[in-house]
Design a protein around this ligand. Structure first.
Ligand SMILES: Cc1cc2nc3c(=O)[nH]c(=O)nc-3n(C[C@H](O)[C@H](O)[C@H](O)COP(=O)(O)O)c2cc1C
Length: 387
């Protein structure tokens, strides 16, 4: 460590990567000495990050568990031990990721079969253990209190200080499903704040950032939202049952008002509003949206692009935090009533209602069309895009 070329590192704004282990922040196989030596890597990563960031980027990597036999000090009564103990798989990273599931199955085939490895730890052996500190605070010599990043694991445990409890981006993107069944576990204001704090980095036209969110928790308001969901959902279901594209703006419906009014709405369309932990209602200030397609002879689509990116970021961030939800729009058919219910000003549009909570089941496989089915080269009649 003393051999670190500090001046050069700072002058070149270089980076330091120290290699630790899964055992740098976890107990597993290997015993006390092994784990102590690996934990000893974590301290320098944190301290160097504290002293050098942001001039020098400091990170630690923590290679994951390999099923192997570890040698201990025989003088201390430690012979050869297995690296994988019962329960190791529960501490493995990457909630619900297929890669993590495969690793879990390799480690403990019988234990994992009926159960997800789920905790909120990095799964591919790349746990980040370092973090940066504020440059001004460092310069002034003031040492801020270490920030406890409270992250709730699916088991309700609180994350460790300084660990970044995040999943791989592509794993999040490929496994963020529409969640409608919730366990009833709370999604705290703190976790929701973390979700929104990350979601707000979504783009908007001209970076006007017209999105505003009403965070609904009150039972009476949720029940009112259920009532407002029913008319739109009735027509949606009726059209679907009649083989029409529900609510599409191109082909008019052949159904009568009476037929629509007599259609049942499945519980799955309203229950999430009541069972979710929290129900954000997302709005957008239309004065801040450049609707470039507003004069075209079709329904506008561009306006939504200034509000749905943050909405989708909310769902990605929720997934990352071990939660989930669904974009719902049925209630928006009754927008004037939603606006009255929540006191939303005239110039705003309601984009969606997003029940969020802890999923009963984490889906890891989504059904989506292949790239070749959605992309083509150069022109509409060009060949399907593929590599
Ligand atoms: C614009 C939009 C509107 C949606 N509206 C609703 C809705 O009102 N109610 C609902 O249950 N799901 C709604 N969804 C969720 C979709 O049904 C869901 O994303 C889709 O079926 C894919 O589900 P999966 O991710 O579980 O595969 C909406 C999704 C989008 C993007």
């Amino acid at each position: 460590m003393s051999a670190l070329p500090l001046d050069d590192l700072i002058a070149t704004r270089g980076s330091v990567i120290l290699t630790g282990s899964f055992a740098s922040s976890n107990a597993a196989g290997g015993g006390v000495l092994y784990t102590a030596s690996k934990h000893a890597v974590l301290g320098p990563v944190r301290q160097l990050a504290y002293e050098l960031a942001p001039d020098v980027r400091v990170n630690g990597v923590a290679p994951g568990v390999a099923a192997t036999r570890l040698r201990g000090l025989t003088t201390l009564g430690r012979g050869i031990t297995e690296s994988v103990l019962d329960g190791t798989e529960l501490a493995l990273p990457l909630r619900g990721s297929p890669r993590r599931q495969r690793l879990c199955r390799r480690l403990h085939p019988a234990r994992v079969r009926g159960r997800k490895c789920d905790d909120g730890f990095h799964g591919d052996g790349r746990q980040r253990v370092g973090h940066s500190r504020d440059r001004q605070a460092r310069r002034s010599g003031w040492a801020p209190t270490p920030r406890l990043r409270r992250t709730t694991s699916p088991q309700g445990a609180v994350g460790q200080e300084g660990t970044e409890d995040t999943m791989e981006l592509y794993d999040v993107m490929r496994t963020t499903a529409a969640v409608r069944d919730f366990t009833g576990d709370p999604l705290s204001d703190e976790v929701l704040h973390t979700i929104l704090d990350n979601a707000r980095f979504a783009p908007s036209g001209g970076n006007r950032q017209g999105t505003e969110i009403v965070v609904v928790r009150e039972r009476a308001t949720r029940e009112a939202l259920v009532e407002l969901t029913l008319p739109g959902a009735r027509r949606y279901m009726a059209q679907r049952q009649a083989g029409e594209g529900p609510w599409n703006s191109v082909e008019p419906t052949s159904l009568t008002a009476a037929e629509i009014a007599s259609t049942d709405v499945p519980d799955s369309m309203t229950a999430p509003l009541l069972n979710a932990s929290v129900v954000p209602v997302v709005c957008v200030d239309l004065r801040l949206v450049a609707s470039l397609d507003r004069e075209l002879d079709r329904i506008g689509v561009i306006s939504g692009a200034s509000v749905y990116p943050p909405v989708w970021n909310i769902l990605l961030a929720a997934r990352n935090e071990g939660f989930g939800g669904t974009i719902t729009t049925m209630a928006v058919a009754e927008e004037p009533r939603i606006k009255r219910l929540l006191g939303i000003p005239e110039a705003y549009a309601v984009a969606c209602v997003v029940p969020l909570g802890k999923p009963v089941k984490q889906v890891t496989r989504l059904t989506r069309v292949a790239v070749s089915e959605l992309a083509r080269r150069e022109r509409w009649d060009g060949e399907r895009f593929g590599v």
